[in-house]
Write a protein that binds this ligand. Sequence first.
Ligand SMILES: [Zn+2]
Ligand SMILES: [Zn+2]
Length: 187
Amino acid sequence: MPKHLPTHLDPRSPLVLDTRELPRRPGVLRTVKRVVPAPEDLGLELIGVPVGADLSLDLRLESVSEGVLVSGTVSGPLRGECGRCLRQIDDSLTVEIQELYAYENSTTDETTEEDEVGRLQGDLIDLEPALRDAVVLALPTNPLCRDDCPGLCPECGVHWDELPADHSHQQIDPRWAGLSQLTRKEE
Ligand SMILES: [Zn+2]
Ligand SMILES: [Zn+2]
């Protein structure tokens, strides 16, 4: 019996890997290729993988002495908003995953913390936490529609791309201009 993990994983869940077909003999390999719907909130505030979008998993499961090493890539579309001009960003993302999952009651299970090394739950692996970490680490906290996006004019909110080069709001009212001359005289 697992001592600290609830066995709540559903083997039919798209981000759960079933290792029953993987003999517990070091060196044995299985590949997993599948397209799964992206879970909710996969990303950061301004950019992420849209919920339900196709995520392609291209993974290798390898038996090691105390567990299963999962490595490979996950790719999918990205949707976001430019941090400077708020234009929509459409992009794609490919991240590398490499994570060790220890067998229950193995020495690794007994001697490491769960946040250092993942755990199998029975024959199942929950890929979602590692996937989230990899995606979030790969995303920019301040995404841009393009590297040199000039952003918006702070006065009128129009994109600098759509404004003439000499666009300015510093039109000095003639009356104020007179006043500023007056102040200068007093100095
Ligand atoms: Zn922009
Ligand atoms: Zn303006």
